[in-house]
Write a protein that binds this ligand. Structure first.
Ligand code: BJ8
Length: 419
């Protein structure tokens, strides 16, 4: 990594503590990622992005801010990036996936709370995440209780706009989500000083769709037997999608897919078990579940999560001549996401069954972050539906620590033998 200390210091970061964080990542990345055999050449770009995760990309954000542009931080795939991009601002996904931030989060939050929420708050309070420090505004949403209340704490430190996400999908909920998107447009216009027009919104819709298409192309390639790319590498790409420059990201994913297209022509089928992961998101650098599965010589071939299919499935239509039309298109696409925060949420089990067939999976692992109630309660319904369809499923509840890794490995091993 280059010397970015001045930049970090300008961002009011706790440099000493940040050094400790920076010392952990390369070792973790090396042991999880660089030890994999036969990785595609195209992964070199993503290795580079990780090696510069707190460096070059932050410098790019700093440069765009010097030019007068704004940086907006988000935490949920329901927040429409298109609005942020249409106002010439940069969007960064801020969900925290590191155990490093838990301790600081627990200083102000109860211990028995989802690690994702604790890491989000810990990252801000410890002043060790340069993405948080670069943001001019955060955007929260009314999804789960933990996040909803965490916005109040974060709001003491940085301006935050909260989108009121409906929890049902009736016509009146669509209407209210459209209104919420309008309020968001006003807020972003106010922050950036840039008016969102039909033209700029159509452009950003096209860009966000291109990104979705590139990810979909990557996921479609994973339908091959074997998948020409590991689950770990695909997960990393999905995680990077949340903060990389969108145009460059699209180009690099497509380049990688060109290489994978060639790979599938020459590879032979293998016997590795194919696993679908469903459940709560895995924010960078949370690679725990995938690394356990793939160390056991199985392949994760698809994730029905927000760091997986929920992020890129369904494009936003650009049909229409007015802002009102485009807002409706946005609301329609975003409310197709099947998150357990909704009731009912029957579409999710149907999605899992559909993907299980398309990706020819041998079994499903239901990954649940500890204390995430919406997903853990929804397990029963999903399990019942999967059983009806003869799809084996294993429920794993875990956090970011490595304490239970041995136990998880034993359970996954037994599951793989059984399926
Ligand atoms: S659309 S999954 S990104 S809310 S923080 S709900 S793990 S207790 S993240 Fe999410 Fe949007 Fe839904 Fe996706 Fe549970 Fe933790 Fe809450 Fe979480």
């Amino acid at each position: 990594m280059g010397d970015y200390r001045k930049m970090w210091s300008d961002l009011n970061m706790d440099l000493e503590k940040h050094d400790v964080l920076c010392a952990v990542l390369p070792e973790l990345y090396g042991s999880v990622y660089l030890n994999q055999e036969n990785r595609p050449e195209g992964m070199n770009y993503f290795n580079f992005v990780v090696s510069e995760v707190h460096g070059l990309r932050i410098e790019e954000l700093a440069n765009t801010k010097t030019e007068g542009n704004k940086v907006v931080g988000t935490f949920c795939v329901f927040v429409p990036d298109e609005i942020i991009l249409a106002a010439k601002a940069t969007s960064v996904g801020l969900c925290g996936g590191s155990q490093f931030w838990i301790e600081d989060g627990e200083k102000v939050l109860p211990r028995n709370l989802c690690p994702l929420v604790k890491a989000i708050v810990g990252a801000k309070l410890s002043a060790t995440c340069p993405y948080f420090q670069s943001c001019d505004m955060l955007v929260g949403e009314t999804t789960c209780d933990g996040k909803k209340k965490a916005w109040e704490i974060l709001g003491e430190h940085v301006p935050i706009h909260v989108m009121d996400l409906p929890q049902m999908k009736r016509e009146r909920d669509y209407e209210s989500w459209r209104e919420e998107i309008k309020l968001f447009i006003n807020k972003v216009e106010e922050l950036t000083g840039n008016k969102i027009t039909v033209e700029s919104l159509k452009e950003s819709i096209a860009l966000a769709n291109q990104k979705r298409r590139a990810l979909k192309r990557l996921y479609d390639l994973r339908k091959n037997i074997p998948s020409p790319i590991s689950g770990l590498d695909s997960l990393l790409i999905s995680q990077i999608a949340f903060y990389d420059d969108p145009e460059r990201f699209i180009a690099k994913v497509n380049e990688l897919c060109d290489e994978l297209d060639e790979r599938v022509k020459t590879q032979n089928p293998d016997e590795r078990k194919r696993i679908l992961i469903t459940g709560t998101p895995m924010a960078i650098p949370n690679w725990k579940m995938h690394s356990i599965i793939e160390e056991l010589n199985a392949q994760v071939v698809v994730e029905e999560t927000c760091t997986g299919t929920r992020y890129f499935e369904n494009e936003v239509s650009s049909n229409g001549d007015t802002l009102e039309d485009l807002i409706k298109n946005l609301a329609d696409r975003y409310l197709k996401i099947n998150c357990a925060c909704f009731t009912p949420n029957d579409g999710r089990a149907q999605d899992i069954i559909k993907y299980a067939g398309e990706y020819k999976v041998d079994g499903v692992i239901y990954y649940n972050l500890s204390f995430c109630h919406t997903y853990s309660v929804e397990y029963k319904k999903v399990e019942d539906e999967l059983k009806k369809n003869d799809i084996p499923v294993l429920f794993i509840e875990t956090d970011y620590s490595s304490e239970d890794s041995g136990q998880m490995k034993t359970r996954v091993e037994a599951f793989l033998e059984m399926i």
